[in-house]
Ligand binder design. Structure first.
Ligand code: KG4
Ligand code: ZN
Length: 363
């Protein structure tokens, strides 16, 4: 049976809604509306939670209406309504979550609460055939983790950052070099024009396990920038480009080293050696191609979402909702927003032997 799901995403600075159809394991994105708040936050060099929440309130109705209209469906055609319930900025999460609950209640549809990280984890399936299990590198503004995705709802975290997320390191580097916001694409562009000639630390390389650390790298970038400033405290464009190239090279070396360790830790063998790179930083072409090459040399298959599904979007939430619905999992309308919600914790909801009580699927 086909599932037709409206997915709503408001956990950070994108107000997003999409309609996805899932039939026989194939997803079709019927609409994907993303209203970005970049210009509202750029004067501050980062996301301001209160502004984000207010903008979500202003935009959410239009974004959802547009997603429904563009998909050419009626609410009564839908099989369910899904929304990000966390992790994320609580004010924003509440806006999307309450809207989804209201629509589900009003239209008499099932409601599905989605972990935002599960949305990213499943995002390549929007456009590609990808079987479980696989290894997942999730690199975004708020997260930097390596997980083993066993099946829908079963995630095992193998490694994580002990301080900053990778996207955060890109954003902080951009802020320091006065490049603008969001920093990732700007640092990538500057790096493509520069030469990675400066030695920067490559934290955690060759340490046991596959954890990350990026705080020290950010401090090193700051010191390097200061040492290269002229008497007026300015940096030449060439210096900025070279710093960005050196920063990006250091992050890539760390990513490749940690992934190599994770390949062994994953215990995936033969045709199950699949790696998915997802999250906002997965839009970085240099990082994508370096990881693709690593996969080729280790005999792993490489998957990444299409660029438009790397950053936050409603389609990945709708797909996660459709997959959960297909597995017979829905959520209670009392489901609370969770600012923190580790992905490996959601293995419980699929374990239906615990039932739906306090310790069961709705916990
Ligand atoms: O997944 P996402 O849209 O939001 C979170 O869930 O965090 O990721 C946003 C992050 C930002 O830190 C942004 O700077 C980073 O992804 N990013 C990039 C690139 N495009 C976006 N980082 C590096 N290179 C890029 N091209
Ligand atoms: Zn995200």
């Amino acid at each position: 049976m086909a599932q037709l799901v409206l997915g709503i995403e408001t956990s950070c600075d994108e107000t997003a809604a999409a309609v996805v159809r899932l039939e026989n394991g194939k997803a079709q994105v019927l609409s994907n509306i993303v209203a970005s708040q970049i210009k509202d936050h750029s004067p501050y060099g980062g996301v301001v939670p209160e502004i984000a929440a207010r903008k979500h309130v202003e935009k959410i109705d239009d974004v959802i209406g547009l997603a429904i209209r563009e998909a050419g469906v009626e609410l009564s055609d839908l099989s369910g309504v899904a929304a990000t319930a966390g992790p994320g900025l609580i004010g924003g999460v509440l806006v999307g979550l309450l809207s989804a609950k209201a629509i589900a209640l009003g239209a008499g549809l099932p409601f599905i609460a989605i972990n935002h990280l599960e949305g990213h984890a499943l995002s390549p399936k929007l456009t590609q055939d990808l079987d479980f299990p696989y290894l997942l590198l999730l690199v975004s503004g708020g997260h930097c983790q390596i997980l083993k995705v066993v099946e829908l709802g079963q995630y095992k975290r193998l490694g994580t950052t002990i301080d900053d997320a990778l996207g955060e390191a890109f954003d902080k580097t951009a802020k320091l070099l006065v490049l603008g916001y969001p920093g990732g694409p700007l640092v990538e562009r500057a790096a493509s024009l520069g030469n990675p000639k400066y030695e920067l630390p490559r934290p955690m390389i060759n340490r046991p396990g596959c954890d990350f650390s990026f705080a020290g790298l950010k401090t090193a970038v700051s010191r390097l920038a200061q040492s290269l400033e002229n008497e007026k405290g300015e940096l030449s464009n060439e210096c900025v480009n070279d710093i960005c190239a050196s920063f990006q090279a250091a992050t890539m070396a760390v990513l490749l080293n940690r992934l190599e360790a994770a390949f062994a830790m994953s215990e995936l063998t033969g045709n199950n050696r699949r790696l998915v790179v997802a999250g906002g930083v997965a839009a970085n072409q240099a990082i994508r191609s370096a990881i693709n090459e690593l996969c080729e040399s280790f005999g792993w298959q490489y998957f990444a979402p299409e660029l438009k599904y790397c950053g936050d979007n409603g389609a990945m939430i709708a797909l996660a909702g459709a997959m959960r619905l297909e597995a017979g999992i829905t959520s209670d309308l009392h489901t609370k927003a969770r600012p923190r919600w580790p992905l490996d914790e959601i293995s419980a909801p699929l374990n239906l032997k615990h039932g739906y009580g306090k310790k069961g699927a709705k916990v």
